[in-house]
Design a protein around this ligand. Structure first.
Ligand code: ZN
Length: 69
């Protein structure tokens, strides 16, 4: 199936068993796990926003845990 290439933004090809991602335009060739990490790294700014949000909610739950003691 076609997915967006993280390197050149053209159509990359995800193998039927979701194991490999290849791109004929920039010769990308990596496992799907590496592809997910690659995309996550490229969208680090977005991940940081989510991370900050998760961090603030974690703080709240930790506080409520203390109240149980
Ligand atoms: Zn590509």
């Amino acid at each position: 199936m076609k997915i967006k290439c993280p390197k050149c933004d053209k159509n990359a090809d995800l193998s039927m068993d979701f194991s490999f991602v290849t791109c004929e335009f920039c010769e990308l060739d990596m496992s799907y796990g590496e592809y997910v990490k690659f995309v996550a790294h490229n969208e680090k700014t977005y991940s940081d926003i989510l991370g900050d949000y998760a961090g603030s909610t974690e703080g709240e739950s930790a506080g409520s845990l203390d109240e149980w003691d």
